[in-house]
Design a protein around this ligand. Structure first.
Ligand code: SAM
Ligand code: ZN
Length: 284
């Protein structure tokens, strides 16, 4: 239920508590009267003032992501993430935050394994339209994760971040003592064959060190798992895969399909790292 996550929400204008109203219409509202109506698809836009400088995923990128993920190619990743999240969500009233939730695919897997209250943040309303449909009990919010999060300090049990930007100081602030952040990143060689065909960005060496470094001031690295998923993709699946990532901001979908025409089946391997970071437990 949407209201299960209400205790973790705070007004982006005055920082007071936000309540979830369902009547006369669905809205988030604080005691001072700042109110944010739900879009008809069910997500909330809390970004006020001038727009953000960051480039949100387009409708076409969200569609490619949805098509590729719903075909189940990355199901093993969703399962692995859900397993790592489960021990952090086993208390009554636990709240999970999926930061950069996209179309909500990974949060959906986490919630199937561990029914918990949930919040999804993303800067793309196109992605959130799909996330709101897939995870109707989640409070899905248009937000820029580089800003202070519209969340109460110490209110979140688990943060998941799958191929999305990280804001370590804010994650540390919103997590409960003993909470965990689970970060999924690509490893060197990730989708190398598709990257070569489609002009995608290659994964640089040293990303791991940067991840540990950026999180290190706030968290302790508890677990790191590598996961390889071999893929055999038709041309249109390879095009979706190239288009749904950061390269989609620069590529034209039609040109991409044309450049892949005649390639036949592409064999490649998705190479992921799942890293669990923890905060110190509450001192007794
Ligand atoms: C590569 S996608 C990953 C989406 C999802 N986690 C998944 O794996 O399916 C990156 C996501 O981060 C979102 N994003 C990028 N910059 C953002 C920001 N500053 N604040 C919030 N979301 C952002 C994009 O809109 C996009 O949905
Ligand atoms: Zn307010």
């Amino acid at each position: 239920m949407l209201s299960d996550a209400a205790s973790a929400l705070r007004c982006p204008v005055c920082q007071d508590a936000l309540d979830v109203e369902t009547r006369p219409r669905r809205a988030l509202r604080c005691p001072a009267g700042h109110s944010f109506d739900a879009a008809k698809q069910g997500y909330f836009n809390l970004l006020t003032g001038k727009g953000t400088a960051f480039e949100a995923d387009s409708a076409a990128m969200a569609a490619a992501r949805h098509d590729f993920l719903s075909a189940g190619h990355y199901a093993a990743l969703a399962d692995a993430l859900a397993e790592l999240a489960a021990p952090g969500l086993d208390r009554d009233g636990a709240v999970v935050l999926d930061s950069g939730t996209g179309t909500g695919n990974y949060l959906n897997a986490v919630l199937k394994r561990s029914p918990a209250a949930s919040i999804g943040l993303d800067i793309s309303k196109f992605a959130l339209r799909r996330a709101a449909r897939l995870n109707p009990g989640t409070v899905n919010i248009v937000w820029d994760v580089w800003r202070p999060l519209p969340l109460v300090s110490g209110s979140i049990d688990v943060v998941t971040v799958v191929f999305a930007p990280r804001n370590p100081p804010e994650f540390a602030r919103v997590l409960r003592p003993g909470g965990r952040v689970i970060v999924v990143t690509p490893r060197p060689g990730h989708l190398a064959e598709v990257a070569g065909l489609a002009g995608m960005l290659r994964i640089e060496e040293g990303k791991d060190e940067r991840l540990a470094g950026s999180m290190g001031g706030h968290f302790t690295m508890a677990v790191q798992e590598a996961l390889d998923i071999p893929l055999q993709l038709g041309e249109s699946e390879a095009a979706d895969l190239a288009f749904m990532g950061p390269a989609g901001h620069h590529l034209d979908r039609q040109e991409l399909v044309a450049s892949l025409a005649g390639t036949g089946t592409v064999e490649t391997t998705a190479k992921f790292a799942l890293t669990v970071f923890t905060t110190p437990p509450a001192s007794s």
